[in-house]
Design a protein around this ligand. Structure first.
Ligand code: SAM
Length: 192
């Protein structure tokens, strides 16, 4: 069962505590990304990672930032405008991993602190994997399954081992495990 994020708490996605524990630019800098890539930020929230992802892929790339919440998408769009980014496209999605028909295939699909919220983790990851290019990467970051200063209840968190098994069930090969922060793991899978 997922622990669905309450859009009313969306300001928390950008607070100082979070910036300290999971700094967006530094975190994105650690990821194996290249300029010009087409990236999907699934469950993008208010754009905490969308912005550094868009800067990293640059004007020759695109970030498709999607979320299940209309209020959150509105804030995300404001953030993109405020940052003056022209390489971000946003969309509201139904939450089952399906995407607007016009969306392309992706070089990278990125989920940050979203996996633990999905009630149908396997189905969503499998649906998303269909939209990954061959040799494309799925990058997942989420909370360690242990007590931390803040964050979702431990019972709703996903261990890195469980996450790897979801990634493999979706047909991907584990490429790398990353220590993202003291409170977050990261995994990267590749579509062969
Ligand atoms: C904890 S927030 C993380 C947001 C962003 N990735 C970040 O790190 O700042 C989780 C986000 O996932 C979205 N979400 C939850 N379930 C979803 C689903 N099934 N499909 C798409 N987005 C979903 C929520 O609306 C929320 O914006």
């Amino acid at each position: 069962m997922g622990h669905v994020f309450d859009p009313q708490n969306r300001h928390r996605l950008k607070n100082e505590k979070r910036k300290k524990i999971l700094p967006p630019e530094e975190t994105v800098a650690k990821l194996p990304l290249n300029p010009g890539e087409v990236i999907l930020d699934y469950g993008a929230g208010i754009g905490y990672f969308t912005v550094p992802l868009a800067k990293r892929t640059g004007s020759s790339g695109v970030v498709y930032a999607v979320d299940i919440s209309p209020e959150i998408i509105k804030d995300l769009e404001e953030e993109v405008l405020k940052e003056g980014l022209t390489n971000v496209k946003t969309a509201l999605v139904p939450g089952d991993g399906s995407l607007p028909e016009e969306f392309p295939e992706f070089d990278v699909i990125f989920l940050a602190t979203v996996l633990h919220e999905l009630s149908e983790k396997e189905a969503v990851l499998s649906a998303l994997t269909q939209k990954l290019k061959k040799q494309g990467k799925l990058i997942i970051i989420d909370w360690e399954k242990k007590e931390t200063e803040f964050g979702p209840p431990v019972a709703h968190r996903v261990s890195v081992e469980e996450a790897v098994s979801y990634l493999e069930k979706a047909g991907l090969k584990l490429l790398q495990k990353m220590n993202v922060s003291a409170a977050h793991w990261g995994i990267i899978g590749i579509k062969e």
